[in-house]
Design a protein around this ligand. Structure first.
Ligand code: ZN
Length: 444
């Protein structure tokens, strides 16, 4: 049996393919060094502005949610993200709430990023100034490569841009492969934005089909996958609705969307969702679906989430030639995804986000998964972050979890020592190569 440190070293040296991020373009992060310079991208989710270039970025997005849920006043959090206070003043506002939330996966990832990027065991009042300074000076051309390739040991990342209607034209396609988002094509329709992008007038469902066709023709050859997070706004119970049934509803929608009933809106979405799945299949693009737990706070309809896996089973049946990637292991209903991956040829499960949402659920789930379903059906890392600085910490947590899984399986005799290296390579990058390599742009 290998010594624990050998196992940790092996996992440390095995690169991940990172299958899910929301990273901004590096040039946009550089532009954000100047106050008010880059709201070209829009604001991040529930917050009115991007953070100032300091450690506030490590306490944005999921860390911000943990702080708010712990009780931090939103106005104080905004000051931590803002440009007015000194680093020490920001730290003092943060400290009481950080203390309450510091054991969560999200905060442990933030602490690990502080260690990896700034050599600091943790953020304290007496190092806040130095870390804020170093955070800013680190942001320069080429820093994404250093953080993602060299420090986080990722081969490349797959990015779902939240700030483009369909597809982000990236400046670094070999590092930041891009998903097509088909949310605005099907489930949260944005006819004005997408028809402008396609430079077409839309007066009928047929026209809209042509806009979707154009999006796939234009972006499909350069996309790595398609992504849809409609589970945030509706159930995944996409019924089969024919074009003949949907066409009159869509025509009414174009004239006056507010007169349609919820059932009529659903029917349009149902039709277009399946249409997009078929287009993705035609272009050989895996379909990534958000399932399970919600980001942000105070809005999660758990009754509905509970049915995600069952609804996905219907999609797997309806589209047997389509590869589906079930994201975030559908936590807290993660056992169902193991059943789907074990039963359906076309179901894959992605552990993206989970190592910060619930790291020990990740350990438990992966350990069970490896003795239940074929090991080629799992992807083990996606950071799910807007801030590149948060990714190394998350990747370190994922490696800690995977090393624990292997350690426990070896200890209990479920795995042999000679299998570890190839299995680690498979689940950390090999499966992603099998699923996505045809889609990769030639790496220069
Ligand atoms: Zn995401």
């Amino acid at each position: 049996m290998p010594l624990t440190e050998d196992l940790h070293a092996l996992i440390q040296h095995t690169p991940f393919v990172d299958t899910h991020e929301h990273l901004l373009e590096e040039s946009a992060r550089i532009a954000l060094l100047e106050r008010d310079s880059a709201p070209a991208y829009g604001s991040p989710g529930a917050f009115p502005a991007w953070p100032a270039p300091d450690f506030g970025w490590l306490f944005s997005q999921y860390a911000a949610t943990d702080l708010l849920i712990a009780g931090m006043p939103r106005a104080d959090l905004l000051k931590v993200h803002g440009w007015e206070l000194s680093p020490k003043e920001k730290y003092r506002l943060l400290a009481p709430w950080y203390a309450r939330a510091r054991h969560t996966g999200v905060m442990q990832a933030a602490q690990t990023s502080l260690q990896l990027l700034f050599g600091a065991e943790d953020l304290r009042e007496d190092n806040a100034e130095r870390i804020a300074d170093q955070f800013r000076t680190r942001i320069h051309p080429g820093y994404y490569r250093v953080l993602l390739n060299d420090i986080a040991n990722l081969e490349y990342t797959q990015v779902n841009c939240l700030h483009s209607p369909v597809f982000r034209e990236t400046e670094q396609p070999e590092l930041l492969a891009q998903d097509i988002s088909f949310v605005k094509l099907a489930t949260e329709l944005d006819v004005p934005a997408v028809s402008k992008l396609a430079n077409r007038d839309v007066g009928s469902l047929k026209d809209w089909h042509e806009v979707i066709d154009w999006c796939f023709a234009e972006f499909g050859p350069r996309a790595i996958a398609v992504k849809n997070q409609s589970a945030y706004v509706r159930a995944l119970d996409y019924a089969r609705v024919t074009a003949e049934e949907a066409a009159p509803l869509f025509a009414r929608y174009l004239r006056k969307p507010e007169v349609l009933s919820p059932a009529e809106h659903k029917a349009i979405q149902d039709h277009l969702f399946h249409y997009c799945i078929e287009k993705a299949t035609e272009y050989g693009l895996p379909v990534k679906l958000h399932t399970g737990y919600y980001a942000d706070e105070n809005k999660m309809p758990l009754h509905r989430l509970r049915r995600n896996a069952g609804d996905v089973a219907e999609l797997l049946l309806a589209h047997p030639k389509t590869t589906f990637v079930i994201m975030h292991i559908d936590w807290p209903y993660d056992a169902e995804t193991t059943a789907l991956a074990k039963h359906f040829n076309n179901a894959y499960v992605d552990m993206c986000w989970i190592w910060v949402v619930n790291p020990l659920a990740g350990v438990r789930w992966l350990k069970e998964f490896l003795v239940t379903a074929p090991s080629n059906k799992v992807l083990t890392f996606g950071g799910d972050y807007l801030a590149v600085e948060s990714v190394p910490g998350h990747a370190a947590l994922a490696r800690k979890g995977i090393a624990q899984v292997f350690g426990e399986l070896l200890r209990d005799g479920w795995l042999h020592e000679h299998e570890v290296e190839s299995l680690a390579a498979r689940i950390m990058h090999g499966n992603a190569h099998e699923l996505f390599d045809e889609r990769r742009v030639a790496r220069g």
